[in-house]
Design a protein around this ligand. Structure first.
Ligand code: GRG
Length: 309
């Protein structure tokens, strides 16, 4: 099953925030441009935007969230660049192209990843500076805080730390769960909660959205493990069997492909029914509620459940 979603507007808005490719630091600016323009499903900006629309309703305006959509894709891309480095997974193919370190060298790849993270925070803080009403500024600051938390040691980096330390070693179930929640689910949680916060979700709704994104994120990582085991390099656009090559314990290596498929289905089903629960009140009480974002989010969850790349 494919997803009928036009990502061209998302791509266009991300490109708008990239630095110009000139000056003595041109090499890294080019590597930032290349890594961000070379495909990718754009799942995180997509989820961010749809979660925003879910709560903003008819007031939804992409300009309100565009800086965050660009920022989260930059941070995600930085993590892929660093993850592919020889000192991490040592992979040579990503999004159907040679990895950043293969094209630009290890030194430039480290700097490109670093630059993307810093650029993301620059874009978000500038966006906060450009708005005048206090309520929106508060929401923007909360969004920046969420992204910092979900990227750093309490999020993606924290998960990667254990992942790296445990390479080649057996993992306890709680360690595998920790790695998946932090390394992968945290950034999807950031995407959806940032969208919800800027769209005007209250605290309880924000927490529910975070828990839905957590289920989507765990399902996403397990699906990633399945694809690493079963897909071919051409379809996937990245190195396959990377986990076994790097002696990684994964959900698939413990439970097998069949059980992993079932787990993905179960988590996606949970996410969809919890999503249905939280929008009941919106449907009843919010005058400008629109059904479209909910339907699109449900379609995205279905698509991610069976994605082939
Ligand atoms: C530099 C912020 C930063 C972190 C460094 C290397 C690292 C710490 C973390 C690695 C995190 C990581 C790569 C987790 C795996 C998540 C995952 C399944 C990524 C694949 O995402 P897709 O399928 O990729 O959305 P596309 O190419 O479609 O964007």
């Amino acid at each position: 099953m494919g997803l009928n979603y036009d990502i061209s507007e998302i791509e266009e808005s991300i490109r708008k925030y990239l630095p110009s490719r000139e000056g003595f630091q041109k090499t890294v600016c080019e590597a930032m441009y290349t890594s961000l323009s070379s495909g990718g499903k754009r799942v995180r900006p997509m989820l961010l935007y749809e979660a925003y629309r879910l709560f903003a309703g008819r007031r939804a305006d992409m300009d309100m969230v565009a800086p965050f959509m660009a920022a989260i894709e930059m941070i995600h891309t930085s993590s892929l660049i660093h993850d592919d480095l020889p000192c991490m997974d040592n992979d040579i193919l990503r999004r159907g192209k040679p990895t950043t370190w293969v094209t630009y060298g290890e030194d430039m790849a480290v700097l490109t990843g670093d630059a993307l993270i810093i650029e993301a925070f620059d874009i978000m803080s500038k966006a906060a500076r450009n708005i005048s009403d206090i309520e929106s500024i508060k929401r923007y600051l909360q969004a920046i805080e969420i992204l910092a938390k979900k990227t750093g040691i309490r999020g993606m980096i924290g998960g990667q730390v254990l992942d790296v330390e445990k390479t080649g070693k057996a993992l306890a179930a709680e360690e595998l769960d920790f790695i998946y929640r932090l390394k992968t689910a945290a950034l999807l949680e950031a995407a959806m909660t940032i969208g919800a916060v800027i769209g005007g979700a209250d605290e309880k709704e924000r927490e529910s959205v975070e828990s839905i994104a957590n289920s989507i994120g765990l399902a996403f990582q397990i699906r990633d493990d399945i694809l690493d085991e079963t897909a071919n390099e051409e379809d996937l656009g990245k190195t396959v069997h990377s986990d076994s090559k790097n002696q990684k314990t994964t959900y698939v290596s413990i439970y097998g492909v069949q059980k992993s498929e079932e787990k993905v289905m179960e988590l996606s089903q949970d996410a969809k029914s919890n999503l249905e629960n939280i929008i009941q009140r919106r449907r009843r009480e919010c005058e400008d509620y629109t059904e479209e974002a909910y339907r699109t989010l449900a379609d995205i969850i279905d698509w991610l459940t069976v994605r082939i790349k």
